[in-house]
Design a binder for this molecule. Structure first.
Ligand code: NAD
Length: 485
């Protein structure tokens, strides 16, 4: 039985109240361990430790020393790869084959890739003055301070380090509130921080829920200087209200209802392979995932038939099953939500092309959060299943006739995170991509990420951009120093 404690000021601490909650496996609902729930006292201790650390040895490190430390963290995660992999798979139930290629290596890479974030040209302007001597202006960046990192459960280590990496590279300190569903890898990371000589208080973790719990206590703490959040749009709205008090900066990476646009001039097999991944990888629990697919009418039947063939081949199974490429949803609670959309799709008039229910996984696994990968057709565009984010392994496929119609359908949503465009015509690819109301437009690919590029959503999918120089903007305060000569 595991026990997940908070990591505050370089030490693992239990909640003073003794309050804990259960962490259960989504594979079979077995008990993994008990998680300590932070009250206001633990959150306050973590934030104060982070505040104090801003003035300690951490602040004396040169940029290169800090970068070296971040590289060491990445190396240490890779040395302890199997432990991180086991922890992530236990919490999420996802196939090892996936987590070993995506979650853990990319989670480690976030420390390496962002280590040199501060090595960026400094802004400088020479200006004339009436007396003829002139002045120079120099942009000087300083850390923003204590950053609250509130992260979700779908890619726990990866999405958390995507924020912690650049935040530390820029000299900030952090208090992380991982999702209550996935406490393990954030907790383990505390050990790595100590092993790599990261000063106490620089990296802290508090466990708990959102409202009236660790999440709310952290985001409303007056000593938090900025909040970076990944999660649902509705949660983002609540956190923005908390951040408004004291005028704290926010970075919001929120939900999506992402379209795929498949043109008749695509490479059909590439489009099928890409759409299979974008709709079904991680059991459909990827913010960038495709839940609405629009296919040019002349290839609609062929595309749908190929998708059904591929879905039928998905192999559900335990994380350690080498043949399995499809795990359970993250929790029974989330399965209830996804299943309610499966039921709603039928009520709204969908044709269930494949899936649509809960699979029989056998006695050992039937208590887990399993769900069938599902494809629908025939829904009207105003159906709730088309408009609301489901965050499960499902998509609706619908034909279109013209490029203009495809763009209009794809953009007809309150979200604006990502899209995937499938065409071999590069002029069309750019023309369509430019018109998409999203933060990330992929052409003939999906989830292909160069960490120097911007990441974030338009419309209700987020505020701000992270990645590369965009992260630098968020994680630092820029001061203009004007020197009269
Ligand atoms: P969620 O919003 O329920 O929870 C995210 C985090 O916020 C958790 O740590 C949770 O405990 C915390 N939280 C909840 N209520 C809070 C409150 N009132 N105050 C402070 N913290 C609070 O999201 P989730 O279910 O964990 O994740 C799935 C969602 O995340 C989906 O909507 C998905 O699209 C989105 N997501 C977005 C991105 C992106 O980059 N845009 C990436 C991954 C996931």
């Amino acid at each position: 039985m595991k026990e997940f404690k908070h990591f505050i000021n370089g030490e693992y601490v239990a909640s003073a109240s003794g309050k804990t909650f259960e962490n259960r496996s989504p594979v079979d609902n077995s008990l993994i361990g008990q998680v300590h729930e932070a009250g206001e006292a633990e959150v306050d201790a973590a934030v104060r430790a982070a505040k104090a650390a801003l003035k300690g040895p951490w602040s004396k490190l040169t940029q290169n020393q800090r970068a070296a430390m971040l590289n060491k963290i990445a190396d240490r995660i890779n040395e302890r790869f199997d432990e991180f992999l086991a922890a992530e798979c236990l919490d999420t139930g996802k196939p090892r084959s996936m987590a070993s290629h995506i979650d853990i290596p990319r989670g480690a890479a976030n420390f390496k890739e962002f280590a040199d974030s501060m090595n960026h040209p400094t802004e400088g302007f020479r200006m004339d003055t009436p007396d003829g001597t002139g002045a120079v202006n120099v942009g000087h960046r300083t850390p923003k301070g204590v950053i609250a990192v509130v992260s979700p459960w779908n890619l726990p280590l990866l999405l958390m380090t995507f924020k912690v990496g650049p935040a530390l590279a820029c000299g900030n300190t952090v208090v992380v509130k991982p999702s209550e569903e996935t406490p393990a890898t954030a907790t383990l990371l505390g050990e790595v921080m100590n092993e790599c000589g990261v000063p106490p208080g620089v990296f802290n973790v508090v466990h708990g829920f959102g409202p009236d719990s660790a999440g709310a206590f952290l985001t409303s703490h007056p000593l938090v200087d900025a909040i970076t959040f990944t999660g649902e749009t509705r949660t983002g709205e609540i956190i923005m209200k908390a951040a408004a008090v004291g005028l704290r900066n926010v970075s919001m990476e929120c939900g999506g209802k992402n379209p795929g646009l498949v043109f008749a001039d695509c490479d059909l097999e590439k489009a099928v392979e890409g759409t299979m991944r974008s709709a079904f990888v991680n059991c459909g629990q990827v913010c960038l995932g495709t839940e609405r697919v629009y296919v040019e009418r002349s290839i609609f039947d062929q595309f749908l038939a190929r998708m059904k063939e591929e879905v039928a081949k998905l192999k559900l199974g335990r994380p350690e099953d080498p043949d399995a490429n499809f795990g359970p949803l993250v929790s029974l609670e989330h399965r209830d939500k996804v299943k309610s959309y499966y039921d709603l799709a039928r009520e709204e008039g969908a044709t269930v092309e494949i899936g649509g229910g809960i699979p029989d996984m056998g006695a050992e696994l039937n208590d887990g959060a399993w769900i069938e990968p599902t494809i629908w057709t025939g829904l009207p565009e105003d159906a709730r299943v088309i408009r609301e984010e489901i965050f499960g392994p499902c998509c609706h496929i619908r034909p279109f006739d013209t490029e203009e119609e495809a763009i209009e359908l794809a953009n007809d949503t309150s979200y604006g995170l990502a899209c995937a465009i499938w065409t071999e015509n590069s002029a069309r690819a750019l023309r369509v991509a430019e018109q998409m109301e999203v933060g990330l437009a992929w052409v003939n690919s999906w989830f292909l990420r160069d960490l120097r590029t911007s990441f974030g959503g338009a419309k209700q999918s987020g505020i701000g951009r992270e990645g590369g120089v965009h992260g630098l903007e968020f994680y630092t305060e820029t001061k203009n120093i004007c020197i009269k000569l």
